[in-house]
Design a binder for this molecule. Structure first.
Ligand SMILES: Cc1cc2nc3c(=O)[nH]c(=O)nc-3n(C[C@H](O)[C@H](O)[C@H](O)COP(=O)(O)OP(=O)(O)OC[C@H]3O[C@@H](n4cnc5c(N)ncnc54)[C@H](O)[C@@H]3O)c2cc1C
Ligand SMILES: *[C@@H]1O[C@H](CO)[C@@H](O)[C@H](O)[C@H]1NC(C)=O
Length: 370
């Protein structure tokens, strides 16, 4: 069989079903020009695993990924703002995806004054905070409207939207990209008559360090430890960017993610007890409102008051890459290989925009061939 189906749509295979693989697959599918199949080792409905970063994120759209990037992709600002616009609409009251998001006020605190005009000034309801609102250790603070993402629900929303539009999903661990470039998903389903794709798109997160044909050793884990709490009284997001990364990220469900840590080249896959204690003390000091209101009504809250509302200790590995996201096309193989990985601590913030860049490269590579 060839790479065209009976309705003459080209077959595209996306490797990876994290937020990047799912969003990229949807972008490609929604052009109407392609049949898209996702092959992945881990899917959104699986039990949590360290091998799948997207389930561990907070997650918040901070307006920009600038805080996380050493050497950003040249289109990074456009990528982040395109993503914000799309997800802001998805989070609107009445939207089909509304339940995946919580719109709220985000308060960000900085240890140094930012260059003006500051890049977040275009965010909805943006303002600089008064000196009296600042937290210890900060000299500047900004407040604006954005949304948090309830990631397990959102990932399943993306997956169901992809399936509802005719997408296919296959579970498999690819050892080398050539395995799917030559014979599509056939080798992974046991089907006798499989189909060579027109192109393959690799959205493999940390897997880019190991997957044959990519093996990008610039990709490494940036470990983040967090604690999931039940605290439905919290309705704003708090974030400090200097010193240890500290944040409070409430979800629509009433669960709240507090954290965190940001440690490069640390691959330890479980929560560390001493880090947990340190996070609890740090967040209680930064934001005493994390403690139950009935306690705060009678006395100063202590770390012990938070213990009963803890759901789980967590830890995830961000797919970091010093050079920023790699969105690229490699035409040296049997079919074009589009790459979209290395989103570090900003995969949600940049998901839709980086999928658009990947789609442009895919369209370009296929137009050139025909
Ligand atoms: C504690 C923490 C907090 C975070 N907070 C935020 C936040 O607030 N905002 C934000 O934007 N981002 C946040 N992030 C970052 C975000 O989670 C990541 O950038 C994002 O999840 C990366 O997605 P991905 O799809 O590239 O990778 P993954 O989610 O890891 O998905 C990779 C996919 O590729 C598959 N795969 C890999 N190799 C192979 C192979 N060889 N064969 C088959 N399949 C393969 C995997 O099975 C999986 O399906 C946070 C991360 C952590 C850890
Ligand atoms: C890895 O980083 C080095 C140094 O920045 C760079 O020269 C090289 O091209 C990078 N490799 C990949 C695959 O991006």
């Amino acid at each position: 069989m060839t790479s065209e189906t009976t309705d003459s749509k080209k077959v595209i295979i996306v490797i990876g079903a994290g937020v990047i693989g799912l969003t990229t697959a949807l972008r490609i599918q929604e052009t109407g020009k392609y049949h898209v199949t996702i092959i992945a080792e881990t899917l959104p409905s699986d039990p949590l695993t360290i091998r799948y970063t997207s389930q561990w994120a907070g997650a918040i759209h901070s307006g920009s990924s600038h805080a996380y990037v050493d050497e950003a992709h040249p289109k990074q600002s456009e990528i982040d703002s395109e993503t914000f616009k799309i997800m802001w609409d998805l989070s609107a009251p009445g939207s089909e995806a509304e339940r995946c998001f919580k719109r709220l006020t985000k308060k960000s605190y900085y240890g140094e004054s930012k260059a003006k005009p500051y890049l977040l000034e275009s965010m909805p309801d943006f303002r600089y905070m008064d000196a009296g609102e600042l937290v210890e250790g900060s000299v500047e603070g900004v407040s604006f409207s954005t949304f948090t993402i309830d990631v397990p629900i959102y990932l399943n929303y993306l997956l169901s939207r992809f399936l509802a539009h005719g997408g296919a999903i296959v579970r498999g661990q690819v050892q080398h990209v050539s395995q799917v470039m030559e014979d599509g998903i056939g080798p992974f389903t046991g089907a006798k008559n499989s189909c060579k794709p027109a192109a393959v798109v690799a959205c493999v997160g940390l897997g880019a360090r190991f997957l044959g044909g990519i093996e990008d050793k610039n990709v490494t884990a940036i470990r983040g430890q967090t604690i999931l709490l039940r605290a439905p009284w919290v309705d704003e997001c708090i974030h400090t960017y200097d010193g240890p990364l500290s944040y409070v990220i409430p979800r629509r469900s009433g669960d709240v993610v507090i954290g965190g840590t940001y440690v490069k080249d640390d691959w330890y896959p479980l929560a560390r007890l001493e880090t947990r204690k340190e996070i609890l003390a740090r967040i209680l000091k930064l934001y005493p409102k994390i403690a139950p209101p009935e306690i705060r009504a009678i006395r100063e809250p202590a770390v012990e008051d938070i213990e009963p509302i803890i759901i789980e200790d967590r830890c995830g590995l961000r797919p970091g890459r010093k050079q920023g996201i790699r969105i690229d096309v490699d035409t040296s193989g049997a079919v074009p290989l589009v790459l979209n990985y290395g989103h570090g601590g900003y995969g949600y913030i940049s998901s839709w925009g980086s999928a658009s860049v990947a789609l442009e490269l895919l369209d370009g590579a296929l137009d050139k061939k025909t």
